[in-house]
Design a protein around this ligand. Sequence first.
Ligand SMILES: Nc1ncnc2c1ncn2[C@@H]1O[C@H](COP(=O)(O)OP(=O)(O)OP(=O)(O)O)[C@@H](O)[C@H]1O
Ligand SMILES: [Mg+2]
Length: 221
Amino acid sequence: MSVIELDDVVKRYESGAQTVTALKGVDFHADRGEMVTIIGPSGSGKSTMLNMIGLLDTPTEGTVHLDGRNVTGFTEDELTEERRTTLGFVFQDFHLLPMLSAVENVELPSVWDTSVDRRDRAIDLLKRVGLGDRLDHTPDELSGGQQQRVAIARSLINGPDILLMDEPTGNLDQDTGRTILEEVTRLKEEENIAVVAVTHDEQMLDYTDRTVRIVDGVIQS
Ligand SMILES: Nc1ncnc2c1ncn2[C@@H]1O[C@H](COP(=O)(O)OP(=O)(O)OP(=O)(O)O)[C@@H](O)[C@H]1O
Ligand SMILES: [Mg+2]
């Protein structure tokens, strides 16, 4: 069973008198242990698609299934809960809080969790991305690649089923980008999660299990 599935998803944006149909009947799925990369020209609908998969926006038509559950009619509260427990997000510009240390940034999405082992899990994740000796450093004391590794550790703190990455190597040089992608590949297997990435970065295709091309809101087969 796929952890995420879009069926015949249409997304229309209304702005003033104009309607833009950003997704024109998109089918998509991703399975555990698989990295799927969505690639396509600027304006083709990649971010719109990632927003549907990440439950950050809702389709105009069509359905979204997460772990086999139809989440299409979910309320905003239910979607928020679903995002917190099922999804991890990594962005191009890392989105770390500057006043917090690496370990505090990683712990942040789990502050609601009263279990005692949050700090241990955060430290474990940071060690697994090679930052065991940078736990107390703040983002400005870390390189770009190290900051992105903190962001990846943070995305995994709640044990998601799906990791979504929007241009995760966009702000990194090529070698650092490769190191990050190698780490994501390893974590994907260790945690048995699905990874869905959006990119312009052709080198990401070396690490992906499957590539989905989108042009003008339509998936190319
Ligand atoms: N909030 C919005 N209101 C109106 N139109 C929008 C909105 N968001 C996106 N669009 C339009 O939908 C289409 C798809 O946009 P989207 O952001 O998904 O493209 P993209 O593939 O992510 O592009 P890029 O590679 O430049 O990030 C574009 O034509 C865009 O202008
Ligand atoms: Mg985009």
